[in-house]
Design a binder for this molecule. Structure first.
Ligand code: AMP
Ligand code: GLY
Length: 444
């Protein structure tokens, strides 16, 4: 089978790496890819937001299977385009991708189907947004309706901050049309969880749970990013909470989309806040998370193409994915300036040595290869991913590998997985065992 992966980030590197292992893989391509992906697959240029260009490439390469990594092609209708031409694509149609493409659509959808989510109001212009803001306590959350690459959500700790976000989105149009309409919503508190499922439109296969680290600095401080690291550990989610999320959120979402004529096929990322009154949906993404995909795919033992085939053939129900019981973690190395404008073009060293230790894989995101050197080329540069017998050893391995990599201005969080270690310590204290250290990262 000829497989084509669309995208160029760490998630797509992990997807390509995993799909390459498939028994069914004969040839694997990625578009546009990156230097890390180029080591595993033949890369071709493409504009990921142009469904017609994706179709033309899939036809030229005679791809039997095209897997969409990021949201842009999905929201633009790439899956519709390929399916209309009789090709097999993994991901939701444009109509189903509205769950991510429009915050207003997704909030109103949850309201229609009684899926737990924060109370909200929609505003179509600046004046009505300011009026709506008065109906919420501080902190409050302001969300641009459209896709904004992680820049469309502001958790405002002061009223002026919310007003400023509204001014930027709606009057100064900093996000162009994506910020023309907004959602204003109540701020929820609790621990966040990334619950990702794979669906054929009706049945679902839950992936192993993950936690992202959205804020740029340790202790969840500073502005939000696309994700500074993630870990996957079964202990994140107990069976009771998992059943609750399935019954109250995941299944009603799939049933609601199907009932509205837009069955959801593909990966559905449900961002959940575990509030004191139960799980509540923060957001839907219509794809795997980045960096969540990296630890998830590292733990997957099943053949991913078999899972995709099961969904295509309506046999997903019969498929049981096999997972490594061992946790996995991904630490993102970012450029100076990120999540603002990153400084790029810096020489990266030590990435090969970082992988020399077993159980470590360095996934590329914003990198470029030039004159025999690997250079930084984006905000998130590398995702150092490792697995271990327990969370602590996975973290030790990942941070030991991180310690070998250098580039000017490199920064990363030193507390990836710290919430998981705390949970472990609490659980073992409850069982009367000695608690473990709550710090997995070496000191700077
Ligand atoms: P979103 O793109 O909607 O997931 O928002 C990005 C991040 O903003 C989430 O991962 C949360 O950390 C935060 N966030 C979004 N909505 C809320 C909310 N209602 N209450 C608290 N935090 C939120
Ligand atoms: N890590 C969050 C996302 O992929 O949207």
């Amino acid at each position: 089978m000829k497989i084509l992966v669309i995208g160029s980030g760490g998630r797509e590197h992990a997807l390509t790496w995993k799909l390459r292992e498939s028994q069914l893989m004969e040839e694997i391509y990625c578009a546009p890819g990156n230097p890390g992906i180029a080591q595993e697959a033949e890369c071709h240029p493409v504009d990921v937001a142009d469904p017609k260009a994706i179709l033309a490439l899939a036809q030229e390469l005679k791809a039997d299977l095209t897997v969409m990594g990021p949201e842009a092609p999905l929201v633009a209708g790439a899956v519709d385009e390929l399916e209309q031409a009789g090709l097999w694509a993994v991901g939701p149609t444009r109509a189903a991708a509205q769950l991510e493409g429009s915050k207003i659509f997704s909030k109103q959808f949850m309201q229609r189907h009684s899926i737990p989510t924060a109370r909200f109001e929609v505003a179509e212009n600046f004046e009505s947004a300011i009026k709506a803001l008065a109906n919420f306590k501080i902190p409050v959350v302001v969300k641009a309706d459209g896709l904004a690459a992680g820049k469309g959500v502001v958790v405002a700790r002061r009223r002026e901050e919310a007003e400023q976000a509204l001014d930027e989105f709606m009057r100064r149009k900093t996000l162009r049309e994506a910020g023309g309409r907004v959602v204003i919503e109540e701020c929820l508190t609790g621990e966040e969880l990334s619950f990702i499922i794979f669906s054929d439109g009706k049945n679902l296969l839950p992936l192993v749970p993950t936690q992202d680290h959205k804020a740029v600095f340790d202790n969840d401080e500073g502005p939000n990013t696309g994700g500074m690291g993630a870990y996957s550990d079964d202990a994140i989610l107990d069976n009771g909470l998992k059943a609750d999320i399935l019954q109250r959120i995941a299944l009603p979402t799939l049933a609601g989309m199907a009932a509205e004529g837009n069955p959801f096929r593909g990966f559905l990322y449900i961002g959940v806040m575990m509030t004191p009154s139960g799980p509540s949906v923060l957001e839907y993404n219509v794809r795997l998370g980045d960096p969540e995909a990296q630890p998830i795919l590292m733990r997957l033992r099943s053949d991913l193409v078999e899972i995709f085939k099961g969904a295509r053939d309506g046999e997903l129900e019969a498929i049981e994915a096999r997972w490594s019981p061992n946790p996995a973690v991904c630490v993102v190395l970012a450029s100076k300036g990120y999540p603002g404008k990153p400084e790029v073009g810096k020489v990266i060293t030590g990435y090969d040595a970082a992988e020399s230790q077993g159980g470590v894989k360095v996934f590329h995101a914003g990198t470029a290869f030039h004159d025999g050197q690997l250079l930084t080329a984006g905000g998130r540069v590398l995702g150092v991913t490792a697995t271990g017998a327990d969370l602590k050893s996975a973290l030790d391995r990942a941070y030991a590998a991180v310690g070998k990599i250098r580039f000017e201005g490199m920064h990363f969080r030193r507390d990836i997985g710290a919430k998981g270690l705390k949970r472990m310590a609490k659980n073992s204290a409850r069982k009367g065992m000695a608690p473990q250290s709550a710090s997995g990262a070496p000191k700077p």
